[in-house]
Ligand binder design. Structure first.
Ligand SMILES: [Zn+2]
Ligand SMILES: [Zn+2]
Length: 748
């Protein structure tokens, strides 16, 4: 009997042990140790989410992750699907990223990454609301000390996933997704229709809003849009997340009113002393600053501003693309001049991504802020790389650019062109004289590639127009001493296109209107005022432009934004509206689209130094008529190619001439050139391959058919414009593509 009991006990023990082992084995069976054994899933839907995938436990019994393997090309489809879940509509942003180059690892595991990206729900990770452990801070802080008015944006959401592009199999992406629920650290649903605290008193009397709606509302208020329209859009935005409700509407109305009041009352002047005021602003807006150096005996004042939104735009549009500068803005009127770094957005409009306020252009100073800025970008996206940097000032230090961004520096003529034209128009009243002087100055610039001696040409110019004393005096005093430096810069650096020049100029003009329009006496001499203007009004207007375009809302804002560059306006002019002087090529006539009785005369067609008699051009701007005429002239043999085309040809010819013998170095040059051609094909849309085609046809290499832009965020830029539509089928396809692009762009 006793024996039996013992046996029984033993059996029990054995049974449990066995059961444990079995469970462990069963569990273990669930855990896969090598990703080679995980099947690749490719859902057929256009977009799919985590719910459409089977998740495998990958790792060891102690530590494992939920993973799924999908084609790398479907990652965007997954992210879109994940953003549009009904129970938690959201967006995901890249919180961290890492990159390796192919071939950099000798030994690696199967799950080693080539590219690593951590996507985080944009309602997290930080908790900006009340009770959050992290000190509340905001991207767009209002200049108010009223703590109660702080709008809530982030909700501390912990939902995040990792996308690993596999080193061993770059065509595949491993998704790692452990925190799939949109909950905060305490485990409560923290946004979306299931979030009970989102609306009502639980949300601390402020209707719950995500940062996008908040930004939209603030932008509209800053731009002076009537309150009822702001409110309507605000409620629309909230209802996208939580449905209609009378209480929500009344709270929203209070919120918009309150915000409007705060903005109206907000002031740039945090302290009577400008320097102290700036110090306070810096203290409160750490997230929007990438470099700050207060004035001291040994160091000059430098303030580098970049909001998080700007950072994201710089990453998105700057990568493998261009950065341009509008340098030395307000050098005469502002206390410290302003330098803006611009990227070209999906419509090739200039978008400000960083502002630097300083008087110093000394190499070490420039180098310091540039390195800080690059460091900020690299911290988010280590693979980020810019392909070219456009400068507009011949006196600019280009070494820091080359050292920091390791990319070629291009030169844009927009500033010198504008400055000359404005002064010609101001100082010479006869329009024929204006045209001729501008044309002659253009000839001086064109002479950088030989033919004319600029000293002689300038001498002749001043003699021929000796009666234009005001202009000649100005030119001799301002330009003659430094003209050699400017021409040398133009000759040594590749020259930027007219589209780029027009885009930078459009930004410059907008900045000028915003800053100088309502500046009260003395404000221009305060840095805090400048900072306030930039980070509120100007930032808001660019934010709303992009938002209107990408969400296809605010139709008039969108239309205005699209038409904000001369290049885009020029695309609306049909070829038939232009007639050329076939005989001497002296001028072109452009029939006005608004009033067919009005004709604009473009003098010196085909040149950057063309002169138009329209009002916009007479203010010194590059007008749509000139751009349109030049677009037509580019295709005609009888006209000289533009400066940027000549500069490009010059580079290609130099490269060609270098190849002297049939040696291995020829092979190497060939290989490099091929690589370059390949890259150009992928990255650059060539508006007209005619000129480039003829250049390249002269070379031993063949130009392969041009390809439209394919990368995300770089859509075909003229989609919305009728001049580009060639038939309905193509249009429908383009629209579809555009829709998809819009959705994709929301992810960044
Ligand atoms: Zn979330
Ligand atoms: Zn014009």
């Amino acid at each position: 009997m006793k024996q039996l009991v013992v046996v029984n006990v033993w059996l029990d023990q054995e049974f449990y042990q066995l059961a444990d082992t079995l469970i462990a084995v069963l569990q273990h069976m669930d855990i896969i140790e090598s990703i080679v054994n995980i099947p690749v899933q490719n859902p057929s839907e256009e977009e799919f989410s985590s719910a459409d995938l089977n998740w495998t436990k990958f790792g060891s019994a102690e530590r494992h992750d939920d993973v799924a393997l999908i084609p790398y090309a479907r990652v965007d489809a997954f992210i879109i699907g994940e953003c549009s879940k009904i129970e938690c509509p959201t967006r995901f942003h890249i919180e961290r990223g890492r990159k390796r180059s192919k071939g950099s690892l000798k030994e690696y595991k199967n799950d080693e990454y080539l590219e690593y990206r951590l996507y985080w729900c944009s309602f997290g990770p930080e908790n900006y609301g009340e009770g959050g452990g992290i000190l509340p801070s905001r991207r767009y802080r209002l200049n108010t000390r009223n703590r109660a008015a702080r709008p809530q944006s982030m909700r501390g959401c912990t939902c995040h996933f990792v996308v690993k592009r596999l080193y061993a199999r770059p065509s595949l992406a491993l998704l790692i997704y452990n925190d799939r629920r949109h909950v905060n650290k305490s485990g409560f649903v923290c946004h979306g229709p299931l979030d009970r605290d989102a609306i009502g008193p639980g949300a601390k009397k402020i209707p719950y809003i995500c940062s996008e709606i908040q930004q939209q509302t603030m932008s509209m208020i800053y731009l002076g849009i009537p309150e009822e329209n702001v409110l309507e859009k605000h409620i629309e935005g909230i209802q996208r997340y939580c449905g209609s409700n009378a209480k929500v509407n009344s709270l929203a109305s209070q919120y918009v009113q309150k915000l409007g009041m705060i903005i109206k009352r907000s002031t740039h002047e945090l302290d009577l002393d400008d320097q102290a005021s700036i110090r306070m602003w810096v203290e409160r807006n750490k997230k929007s600053i990438f470099f700050y150096q207060d004035t001291s005996e040994t160091k000059p004042f430098i303030l580098g501003i970049q909001t998080e939104w700007q950072l994201q735009q710089m990453i998105r549009f700057g990568h493998r693309s261009l950065i341009a500068t509008d340098s030395t803005f307000g050098i005469k009127r502002l206390k410290y001049p302003l330098c803006t770094l611009l990227v070209f957005d999906s419509r090739q409009h200039a978008l400000p991504v960083a502002w630097i306020i300083t008087r110093s252009i000394a190499k070490p100073d420039v180098s310091n802020w540039m390195k800080a800025l690059l460091g900020r970008v690299i911290a988010v996206d280590p693979g980020w790389k810019v392909n070219g940097f456009l400068v507009d000032d011949a006196a600019a230090e280009i070494d820091p650019i080359r050292e920091t961004f390791s990319c070629p520096v291009l030169f844009s003529l927009w500033r010198v062109r504008r400055s000359w034209l404005r002064n010609i128009v101001k100082k010479c009243c006869n329009i024929e004289v204006q045209r001729e002087i501008f044309k002659r100055l253009g000839e001086v610039v064109y002479s950088i590639w030989g033919g004319v001696n600029y000293v002689v040409a300038l001498e002749e110019l001043t003699q021929d127009f000796v009666d234009q004393t005001a202009f000649v005096q100005y030119f001799k005093a301002t330009w003659v001493p430094k003209i050699e430096m400017w021409l040398t810069t133009m000759k040594t650096l590749p020259l930027a296109s007219q589209e780029a020049s027009g885009a930078i100029e459009a930004y410059h003009v907008k900045l000028k209107v915003k800053l100088y329009d309502d500046s009260h006496l003395g404000a221009l001499q305060r840095v805090d005022w400048l900072v306030h203007k930039l980070t509120t009004e100007l930032h808001s207007s660019y934010w709303l432009d992009r938002y209107a375009d990408e969400s296809d809302s605010f139709q008039n804002v969108k239309d205005e934004y699209i038409a904000s560059t001369s290049w885009h306006r020029a695309l609306h002019i049909p070829d038939t509206a232009v007639t050329l002087d076939e005989k001497d090529h002296l001028f072109a006539r452009v029939v006005s689209q608004n009033d067919c009785n009005q004709i604009h005369l473009v003098w010196n067609p085909g040149s950057e130094f063309a002169h138009c008699d329209c009002e916009w051009s007479m203010q010194g701007n590059l007008c749509k008529h000139i751009i349109k005429v030049n677009m037509i002239c580019e295709k005609l043999q009888a006209y000289e190619p533009s400066l940027s085309f000549r500069s490009f040809r010059e580079i290609l010819m130099t490269m060609w001439k270098k190849l002297r013998d049939d040696s291995v170095s020829l092979d190497l040059s060939m290989a490099w050139t091929h690589q370059m051609l390949d890259q150009i094909q992928k990255l650059v849309e060539l508006n007209s391959s005619n000129n480039v085609g003829s250049i390249v046809n002269n070379m031993p290499l063949k130009w392969v058919a041009k390809k439209s832009r394919t990368s995300v965020g770089k859509p075909q830029c003229h989609l919305a414009l009728p001049s580009c539509s060639n038939g309905n089928t193509k249009n429908a396809a383009a629209r579809k593509k555009n829709r998809k692009r819009k959705r994709l762009s929301r992810l960044r």
